[in-house]
Design a protein around this ligand. Structure first.
Ligand SMILES: Cc1cc2nc3c(=O)[nH]c(=O)nc-3n(C[C@H](O)[C@H](O)[C@H](O)COP(=O)(O)OP(=O)(O)OC[C@H]3O[C@@H](n4cnc5c(N)ncnc54)[C@H](O)[C@@H]3O)c2cc1C
Ligand code: FES
Length: 234
């Protein structure tokens, strides 16, 4: 159980929620379940850590269905069932970093950007954010990046130069990830993808979140959600 310290709307159906005492590293996620009476909803929802402040994880989520709607109704002082931190997360490497986020897929990239800046201040950080409609939190990213480009209504991957070296990380809709993977392979660039899948247990037990890879089926919750782009079959 974790206490809600903040939960407010920061964009079109997008909320930022801070939960007390939920440590994490960049790219990890929690299974969050709003408690609305006995077993409702039964399963937690996987939500990435957007930021971590003084041991509290901050989450950025879009209301798309029942679970996220109930989460959005939580007020300061309410409790949420929070299982985590889960998943492997992004590596923090002493190399230039390029981040590509699409829509709510920007969520796991901010904490990575912040930690990379803290650990490797001399390195360059470039960010590309793509939105199909209204943008959100672009200033937060721009404040921490050497360059931040925002694309609204187009293909964010078309803005990215995949030939600059260093590490590239992407999260967003599957067509965006597919395009990023194709370009990274063309330029022989190292790219990591944070994948999404429907999840039931979140801890590797139910196999409900399998994804196809060159090494056989893997669990997004336990083996990922971060995978080398060349490994996954999208
Ligand atoms: C590792 C991981 C990290 C995630 N991080 C975030 C995050 O930081 N912020 C955020 O807003 N969302 C994130 N998601 C997606 C989020 O888990 C789903 O949007 C959420 O579970 C929907 O629950 P719901 O009850 O509101 O919607 P439901 O009623 O369950 O579904 C509503 C609609 O959303 C679609 N949907 C549900 N779950 C997913 C999913 N996992 N992937 C793609 N489509 C889905 C359904 O097909 C349906 O169309 C993440 C998912 C994973 C696997
Ligand atoms: S959600 Fe159960 S194994 Fe991944």
């Amino acid at each position: 159980m974790a206490v809600v310290l903040e939960n407010r709307c920061v964009g079109p159906e997008v909320y930022r929620m801070r939960l007390a005492q939920t440590p994490s590293t960049p790219g990890q996620f929690y299974m969050l379940r709003p408690l609305e009476g006995a077993g409702d909803p039964l399963l937690g929802r996987p939500i990435s850590v957007f930021d971590c402040v003084e041991g509290d994880s901050v989450f950025l989520y879009k209301v798309v269905g029942r679970g996220t709607k109930l989460l959005s109704r939580k007020r300061e002082g309410d409790e949420v069932a929070a299982i985590g931190p889960l998943g492997n997360g992004f590596p923090l490497e002493d190399a230039n970093l390029t981040l590509i986020g699409g829509g709510i897929g920007i969520a796991p990239l901010y904490y990575l950007l912040k930690e990379h800046g803290r650990l490797f201040p001399a390195r360059k950080r470039r960010v590309y954010l793509g939105y199909s409609g209204e943008s959100f939190l672009t200033e937060d990213f721009a404040a921490l990046a050497d360059a931040c480009k925002v694309n609204i209504g187009g293909f964010v991957t078309e803005d990215v130069d995949f030939g600059l070296g260093g590490l590239y990380c992407a999260c967003g809709p599957t067509p965006m990830l597919r395009a990023a993977k194709r370009e990274a392979e063309r330029c022989n660039t190292r790219l990591l993808l944070s994948l999404e899948a429907r999840m039931a247990c979140g801890v590797g037990a139910c196999l409900g979140c399998s994804c196809e890879t060159l090494l056989g089926n893997k669990r997004v919750c336990k083996d990922g959600p971060v995978f080398p782009a060349e490994e996954v079959l999208l």
